[in-house]
Design a protein around this ligand. Structure first.
Ligand code: COA
Length: 416
């Protein structure tokens, strides 16, 4: 890509020299992957937990079953597996990544970010990493953030992940929420190119006045420090009807707005991948946009609502099922807590080919293995280096004092 040099003298007299791309680049999705826990929880299983039944859940939500993480599975492990699958498809190395964004509402830690942990597990040595909090809109927000960095030439390759272990923050006695959600992860690799296409337009919005309609209180929330805090810590609370009204209002309109930005119509779309919250909400996409229901991808029956993971998980399945082909225009739309919502239009360019037998496959495995070895070594090295001369002296003194005391205790006549 053509670059142009740019220099400017600061008031201090120093001169900044930098380069900027002359033209905008295009950000294409070149890899996709998903990971779903193997443990399945059916509607019949839920009947034993809360007062509900399969007919009610199917009629009101379209959900048949959802996946539940086992004890050893975490948001980070699901995210890492989804990322590895996406890197296989893109056939690039972890060390090629410049940026990792993880959209999640269920991180293992508030800090470090899940993204930093994924970066370490992958061995993505030169990648920046951060988590993004926009609830179920998080993946589309992340996609737009990464695409913007690529389009302006700041970076070339980014990994955007949506990953959740919502089963750990559900109130399993609340039938209004525990039947809806599931666990999983999905990932997409974006890469810069001069070939037109990729992420074409996006609409990111928020209406924080509805913050209390969908919450997951954590440290420092008003639910913690107010005596009359209404909701339990680390448990999802939802005003189902309110969220339903909000979602059906914005789901089609936000896609229309994203299309308008580039002069396109709903009829130009080959496929819409909405956030998989509820089949009834997704049905509004075809109603509002006046497109065939078959053009709206749905796998909510099998996974339930996996929040930030739902769109990349559906994208990975849709591409592998041959529902997305090069040249297709696809829309993705997310909505959820915040309230937030986001829509994006993508001109698809990649073929669904898996290149596990490539030379890069072996190099990827090598980088994963190296990351596993490097991790404990770096930790030990860091511990050693952190011990300052003062710490060494204090530790040595402590050892000597302890020895002296032990010796004194063992000397005859000490116990008199
Ligand atoms: N099983 C059986 N009955 C249930 C039930 C369940 N799991 N959950 C609620 N009910 C009952 C209610 O108690 C109520 O009974 P009542 O009429 O005797 O009082 C009745 O079913 C209707 O409840 P209501 O809450 O009005 O149902 P609804 O049609 O609004 O459906 C949701 C509830 C949650 C499925 C729906 O509001 C919804 O999908 N909202 C959006 C949720 C969402 O997508 N959130 C994530 C956004 S990211």
């Amino acid at each position: 890509m053509a670059q142009h040099a740019y220099s400017r003298r600061l008031p201090s007299g120093r001169v900044i020299h930098t380069t900027r791309p002359r033209d905008m680049r295009y950000a294409h999705i070149v890899g996709w992957g998903m990971e779903a826990p193997s443990q399945v929880l059916t509607n019949a299983d839920l009947e034993a937990i809360v007062d509900t039944n399969d007919e009610w859940i199917m009629a009101r939500t379209g959900i048949k079953e959802r996946r539940i993480a086992e004890q050893r599975e975490t948001t980070t492990s699901l995210a890492t597996r989804a990322a590895q699958n996406a890197l296989d498809i893109a056939d690039i190395l972890p060390s090629d990544l410049d940026l990792i964004i993880v959209a999640t509402a269920t991180p293992e830690y508030i800090f470090p970010s899940t993204a930093s942990m994924v970066q370490d597990y992958l061995g993505a040595k030169k990648a920046g990493a951060f988590d993004l909090s926009a609830a179920c809109s998080g993946f589309v927000y992340g996609l737009q953030m990464a695409a913007g960095q690529i389009q302006t030439g700041v970076i070339n390759t980014a990994l955007v992940i949506g990953a959740e272990t919502l089963s750990r923050v559900l109130d399993w006695s609340d039938r209004g929420t525990c039947i809806l959600f599931g666990d999983g992860a999905g990932a997409a690799v974006l890469q810069g190119s001069d070939k037109p296409g990729g992420v074409l337009s996006s609409v990111l919005r928020s209406d924080g006045s509805g913050w209390d309609m969908l919450t997951l209180p954590t440290v420092s929330s008003r639910d913690t420090y107010l005596q009359d805090g209404e909701h339990e810590m680390h448990r999802i609370y939802m005003d189902g009807k309110g969220v339903y009204r909000f979602a059906t209002r914005i789901i089609g309109d936000s896609i229309k707005q994203a299309l308008q930005q580039i002069g396109l119509e709903p009829a130009d779309l080959s496929l819409v991948i909405p956030h998989q919250a509820n089949q009834r909400i997704m049905d509004y996409v075809s109603k509002t946009l006046k497109i065939a229901p078959e053009k709206v991808y749905s796998n909510v029956a099998n996974y339930g609502n996996t929040s930030a993971a739902s769109i990349p998980l559906a994208l990975a399945e849709a591409v592998e099922a041959g529902r997305v082909r090069p040249g297709d225009l696809i829309a993705m739309v997310g909505f959820g807590g915040g309230l937030t919502w986001a829509a994006t239009i993508i001109e698809w360019s990649a073929l669904p080919t898996r290149s596990t037998l490539s030379v890069n496959w072996g190099r990827r495995q090598g980088e994963y293995a190296l990351a596993g070895v490097r991790r404990p070594l770096k930790r030990w090295w860091r511990r050693l280096m952190l011990l300052s001369p003062t710490t060494w002296i204090v530790t040595a003194r402590r050892i000597l004092t302890r020895r002296r005391l032990r010796k004194a205790q063992n000397e005859p006549g000490q116990d008199q």
